[in-house]
Design a protein around this ligand. Structure first.
Ligand code: ADP
Ligand code: MG
Length: 613
């Protein structure tokens, strides 16, 4: 009796995309199935460590590929851990991982299904790109029953009890019309060499009467000598481990010696993965103990801000016979992590010497790396040193803190920055006018994390890091322009403060502005307007708002005129209208929403029309 089980809705949707889209690299299905077979062998190897009975049974691991030209089928078989009935139902039909829904969304947006399949951990389903029917025969190493799973990849699947003596899994693909070339041994050999050469178990092609042929070179690449490894081999291994198609931007292969010995082969991808900002994005480091795969879920291996690093760490010094949880908390793990992070940061520092090269990395991962300034107490200075920012000093190129310091004049003791949503709005912020006037460079920061890291890094190489609203430099300079007279200015600020009291706490005059008549800012020490907007967007804080201050430029002709007007009672309505428009203008320049856009645009249109007369 077979159980008929429907696919979970998400799986159905995903399969629909996988089956119905056209793509050029369908052959990756084989990479994914071989990768699962290899994982299954890894898992059994691990289980055998603590289970002597299983250790006895688990012989030499291998993955066998059997094509049949007559039947138009392809079988991928392994002698790994196998699957129980429950395993089949939960792993191949429902998906617990939150990744599936994202996969569906990304695939509909981008259409690059192949690239996404491995990354979202839905590799198995790629079998349906070439197969109209998939049959799985499997037996778990620690169970006595075997199971058969059959599906056409559309409605659902059937499970029934089956006959199988040895542990492991056989996946039989009934190839679709037009996909029969996957029985061609020359083609299969080529695909396996391209995508799966580094699998650590022999991948054997069953040639029927001609016997068996092992296709892959299969060795733990990370244990080899650097000098023996070609760039292409590194690249293949990277693609295998990351399920990516690009070239790695960085390859870091090292052996650490000292009181704890370990090797690492780590990569930084050429571009950001789709799930870089998923809250449950796991780090992608595989931990091995002397070539035995232990886990790819050890959180202690890589800090969050390096979650884009992929690769392998292998240490013979870790205890093999303790649980993953114990391993997780082992102090050795902390040491390995600290050492590895050091190496990565050092290498990044080196690469940062070449600006164009480094920017390729920075544009994809800089925003994540910067989280490290906040997170990693020990390395925050090092991370700050390899972080890049927009600046008033250069329109195109980004700059770093050391270059900034190099450009400072002798008196300057601080690194100034401004935060906001958009670099172009920031560049033209009225708040920068005095700095420009005085020739003081300001860093322009537009990412959420930029609101946070300066709080934990108050200075860099003895230069205070300061938001421009906290600048304690004298912002006045000798000006020979005409200025509104003090008496009428006082009256104007009082008048505007009263009229705009719903929107701003204070109206003051400032010496900081040159081109703009007005500017909006917050009380010293309060949350910046940018941070406030961020909080509002994330519904973190609705109640609290910083105290807003409207600043007037007493040298601006508009303010001079307005100060004159306010002295005459009959002008009150006009001054009110203009005050409101000026406040809106200040908000726009800051990237703040304005309270009544239609009022604003109607008035502005009115004034434009008048100026055309
Ligand atoms: P992932 O490999 O990222 O987990 P897949 O879609 O490739 O995603 O596979 C889903 C799950 O199915 C695996 O995690 C594993 O539990 C199970 N599985 C697939 N193939 C095999 C196999 N050959 N042997 C044992 N389990 C397997
Ligand atoms: Mg897989």
């Amino acid at each position: 009796m077979a159980d008929k089980i429907a696919f979970q809705a998400d799986v159905s949707k995903m399969l629909d995309i996988v089956i119905n889209s056209l793509y050029s690299e369908k052959q990756i299905f084989l990479r994914e199935l071989i990768s699962n077979a290899s994982d299954a062998c890894d898992k059994l190897k691990y289980l055998a460590l603590t289970n002597p009975d299983i250790a006895k049974k688990s012989g030499a691991f291998k993955i066998v590929i059997t094509p049949s030209a007559k039947e138009k089928t392809l079988i991928i078989a392994d002698n790994g851990i196998g699957m129980s009935k429950d395993d089949l139902i939960t792993h191949l039909g429902t998906i617990a991982k939150s990744g599936t829904a994202d996969f569906v969304k990304n695939a509909s947006d981008n259409g690059s299904v192949c690239e996404l399949i491995g990354q979202f951990g839905v590799g198995f389903y790629s079998a349906f790109m070439v197969a109209e029917r998939v049959e799985i025969l499997t037996k778990r190493a620690d169970e006595s029953k075997a199971w058969k799973w059959v599906s056409n990849g559309i409605d659902g699947f059937e499970i029934s009890e089956a006959e199988k003596q040895s542990n492991g899994t056989e996946i039989k693909l009934f190839l679709k019309k037009g996909e029969e070339n996957y029985v061609d041994t020359i083609y299969l050999r080529q695909i396996i060499r391209t995508y799966s050469d580094h699998i650590d178990y022999p991948i054997v092609l069953d040639l029927g009467e001609a016997g068996e042929e092992t296709i892959n070179k299969g060795s733990a690449l990370w244990m080899k000598n650097k000098a023996e490894i070609t760039t292409d081999q590194y690249k293949d291994f990277y693609q295998h481990i990351s399920h990516n198609f690009d070239d790695p931007w960085m390859t870091l292969h090292f052996k650490a010696e000292g009181n704890i010995e370990y090797s690492g082969l780590l990569f930084i991808p050429g571009k950001a993965p789709y799930d870089l900002f998923q809250p449950d994005k796991k780090n992608s480091i595989k931990l091995y103990i002397n070539k035995v795969f232990i886990s790819d879920k050890i959180e202690q291996l890589m800090p969050n801000y390096l979650r884009f690093v992929k690769g392998v760490i292998d240490s013979a010094d870790l205890p093999l016979n303790i649980s993953r949880e114990m391993l997780q908390n082992s102090p050795l793990m902390e040491k390995i992590k600290a050492g590895t992070v050091n190496r990565i940061l050092k290498e990044l520092k080196k690469r940062s010497k070449n600006y164009d090269d480094y920017m390729e990395f920075w544009k994809s991962f800089g925003i994540v790396l910067k989280e490290g300034i906040y997170e990693d107490f020990k390395n925050r200075e090092e991370i700050a040193a390899i972080s890049y920012f927009y600046s008033t000093a250069d329109m195109e190129k980004l700059t770093n803190l050391d270059e900034y310091i190099g450009r400072c004049n002798k008196e300057q003791k601080a690194i100034y920055y401004i935060t906001g949503d958009d670099i172009n709005i920031l560049r033209n912020s009225p708040q920068l006018e005095a700095f420009k006037q005085k020739g003081i460079e300001v860093l322009l920061m537009n990412e959420p994390i930029d609101e946070f890291w300066p709080q934990v890094l108050p200075s860099y190489k003895n230069f205070a890091i300061k938001h421009i609203s906290q600048a304690d430099i004298d912002m006045t300079w000798k000006r020979d322009e005409k200025k509104a007279d003090d008496g009428s200015l006082k009256q104007l600020t009082e008048f505007m403060a009263e009229f705009l009291k719903e929107d701003v706490a204070k109206v003051v005059t400032t010496e900081k502005l040159t081109a703009s008549p007005v500017s909006i800012t917050v009380e010293n020490g309060q949350m910046s307007l940018h941070l406030e907007r961020l909080m509002r967007n994330h519904q973190q804080q609705t109640a609290f708002a910083s105290t807003r201050i409207l600043e007037l430029n007493p040298y601006h002709p508009l303010i001079i005129r307005l100060a004159d007007m306010v002295m005459v009672d009959t002008n009150a309505e006009k001054v009110k209208e203009i005050s409101r428009i000026l406040l809106d203008q200040a908000k726009v320049a800051e990237g703040e929403p304005i309270s009544d856009p239609s009022f604003y645009s109607e008035r502005i249109s009115g004034y434009i029309l008048k100026s055309l007369d």
